[in-house]
Design a protein around this ligand. Structure first.
Ligand SMILES: NC(=O)c1ccc[n+]([C@@H]2O[C@H](COP(=O)([O-])OP(=O)(O)OC[C@H]3O[C@@H](n4cnc5c(N)ncnc54)[C@H](OP(=O)(O)O)[C@@H]3O)[C@@H](O)[C@H]2O)c1
Length: 347
């Protein structure tokens, strides 16, 4: 019988302990496809989960118990399809998303996934370049939607992006720029040129300037930088602003620290305080939690096909060097970290 290999995270320990393990080759169920994974990304959430973050809440989804198979996206090739799948055939090159759940993540040589969470690979893009996008773009998409910004209403809007030099931020600058928004990027000194080159209209150097001094004229804001800045940023929205969304909220951390009930109660207090600041400006307010989204995948596919989106890869390594990819991400080094599970050609 053929086998698959999974990358197991044994933690929660420092340094993170990773190990490969052979398992039976998964078989696609009804509506699923079996994918040979050529490339899969390592994101900040993988590093945090490897250190124990989110265990209590994610246990409710069956995804809190070590050893964990991490990873939420992939690029690769369809090996076989389950009953009821007609859109895909063996040999198709694809990219896609994996939900966080008891089945485990994308850090594997092979995985079965809902056929609706797969899109065609874009011609001319290697798997290792493609795999940088699906999870990060989907989270960005959820954040923009949460803040009430869309292709239909973004033109001419002033949007504030905190954490603009990171993966989410870089995609935000490109997508909002393409939609005609005027973006103020907040980043540290070293990343000013990066943000300018990706289309920021204005750059705010957070290393040298207080966020309190930002103008308070923004139509929308997204926070990918730090929860500590949440209240300050919300106060930079204008009256009648569209909305604001954050990916760096304290929900999982509160529940880790205080338990399910107290953590949920504490999070509600945090949320209500920020919601009241948004309410005072007539703006909507959302906390974002990644989940697969077909609309996001469709939009990603469009952007990639047009060739108008970049997200550089900083390191790409086989499973045998997976610790390098985790370290790269943990240290916020430039470019995304990619694993090549099959030792792949990643063509
Ligand atoms: N809720 C969810 O489902 C979800 C999903 C995806 C990501 N996230 C979270 O969203 C955040 C951004 O993700 P990412 O992939 O873009 O991360 P990333 O690539 O590591 O970028 C984060 C950026 O934030 C900035 N930053 C770091 N520390 C900061 C601080 N103390 N204050 C202000 N800015 C700071 C850094 O840029 P500068 O130094 O240039 O400012 C960095 O480039 C991460 O914390 C990640 O865990 C959450």
């Amino acid at each position: 019988m053929s086998t698959a290999t999974k990358l197991l995270c044994l933690g929660p320990e420092d340094p993170i302990r990773l190990e490969t393990r052979k398992t039976a080759m998964p078989r696609p169920g009804k509506g699923e496809v079996l994918v040979r994974v050529e490339a899969t990304s390592v994101n900040p959430i993988d590093v945090k989960r490897a250190e124990g973050y989110g265990r209590r809440l994610l246990s409710l989804k069956g995804a809190g118990t070590f050893p964990l198979v991490l990873g939420n996206d992939f690029a690769g090739e369809i090996v076989s399809v389950g009953a009821g799948v007609s859109a895909w055939q063996p040999g198709d090159r694809v990219m896609g998303l994996v939900p966080t759940g008891k089945k485990g993540g994308a850090h594997a040589t092979h995985l079965t996934v809902d056929a609706r969470l797969v899109r065609p690979a874009v011609r001319g893009l290697a798997s290792k370049a493609l795999a940088a996008f699906p999870y990060t773009f989907t989270t960005l998409w959820l954040a923009l939607r949460g803040a009430g910004i869309s292709e239909g209403n973004a033109t001419g809007k002033n949007v504030l992006v905190h954490g603009a030099s990171g993966g989410l931020g870089q995609l935000a600058l490109q997508v909002l720029g393409a939609w005609g928004a005027s973006v103020t990027a907040i980043c540290s000194t070293a990343n000013i040129d990066l943000c300018r080159n990706l289309g920021a209209t204005a750059v705010w150097d957070r290393t040298h300037r207080r966020l309190e001094e930002l103008p308070d004229h923004f139509d929308a804001g997204v926070n990918f930088g730090a929860w500590e800045d949440e209240a300050t940023l919300l106060c930079r929205l204008r009256q009648g602003a569209l909305g604001y969304a954050t990916t760096v909220h304290p929900l999982l951390g509160n529940i880790d620290r205080c338990g399910l009930l107290s953590g949920a109660w504490r999070s509600r207090q945090d949320w209500r305080h920020m919601q009241s600041l948004a309410d005072a400006r007539g703006a909507r307010y959302r906390w974002i939690i990644f989940q697969p989204d077909e609309g996001a995948l469709d939009m990603l596919h469009q952007f990639l096909t047009r060739g108008t989106l970049t997200l550089p890869v900083g390191v790409s390594v086989p499973f045998s060097n997976a610790d390098l990819a985790f370290e790269h991400t943990a240290r916020h080094m430039k470019g995304r970290a990619i694993l090549l599970p099959t030792g792949a050609l990643s063509s």
